[in-house]
Design a protein around this ligand. Structure first.
Ligand code: VGL
Ligand code: ZN
Length: 206
């Protein structure tokens, strides 16, 4: 199956059962941040456009670490990352260029020092609800996943969504990875049954 042919926009009608999941679009994952995704800002206008579409629900996830988080190289000899997305700091905040409606759900992950989660399905709302619970409460059956970083949190979220039984679409131009070539990650997702679609194409049906 060629990479971008999995879904034609004309076959897509969005409605109440569709959710947009915006994964970790936070200052620290953007150029100038602690763990920057090259050209990450390119996805912001695409996500801003997507936010106008008639999704039944929009959810954001945020990496939300305590300063002593075990994934930080500075804290732990096995730590993989520089300190990033410390809760309530600028780096953990949404960029100014991200424009989302007010009535959305927010989930937070990696909030405990000794637990790291890439997938938004391990994230919880402020009141402790898991993403899956929020989706089920809203009657969501299909999810559209986008954000940063493609190879880590976006991929893990899409894979978990598919495993949990949601029809899952990865929005390719509304996601960006650390590596220049997204193809291996996209193909791994496709192999699991995840569909690929351009967010801009979704916005302008032909
Ligand atoms: C992420 C590395 C560490 C991500 C989060 O959001 O992709 N990557 N923490
Ligand atoms: Zn993290």
């Amino acid at each position: 199956m060629p990479l971008h042919s999995a879904l034609s926009s004309s076959a897509l009608m969005l409605g109440k059962e569709d959710a947009l999941i915006v994964v970790d679009v936070q200052n620290d994952f953007l150029p100038g941040g602690a763990l920057p995704v090259p050209h990450g800002t390119a996805i912001l206008p695409v996500i801003n456009q997507l936010a106008h579409l008639p999704f039944g629900l929009i959810v954001t996830s945020q990496d939300w670490h305590p300063p002593e988080h075990a994934s930080f190289k500075t804290n732990h000899h096995n730590g993989l990352w520089p300190p990033h997305c410390v809760a309530h700091t600028y780096g953990a905040d949404f960029p100014l260029g991200l424009h989302l409606p007010d009535h959305i759900q927010h989930v937070f992950k990696g909030t405990q020092a000794h637990q790291d989660s890439y997938s938004a399905f391990e994230a919880r709302t402020n009141s402790g609800l898991l993403l899956d619970t929020i989706l089920k409460q809203h009657g969501v059956t299909r999810v559209f996943v986008c954000g940063l970083a493609l190879e880590y949190c976006v991929k893990a979220t899409a894979m978990d969504a598919q495993k949990a039984g949601y029809k899952t679409v990865l929005l390719t131009d509304a996601s960006k990875g650390l590596k220049t070539n997204p193809a291996p990650t996209l193909m791994a997702c496709q192999e699991k049954g995840i569909l690929l679609c351009s967010g801009l194409q979704l916005h302008t049906p032909s």
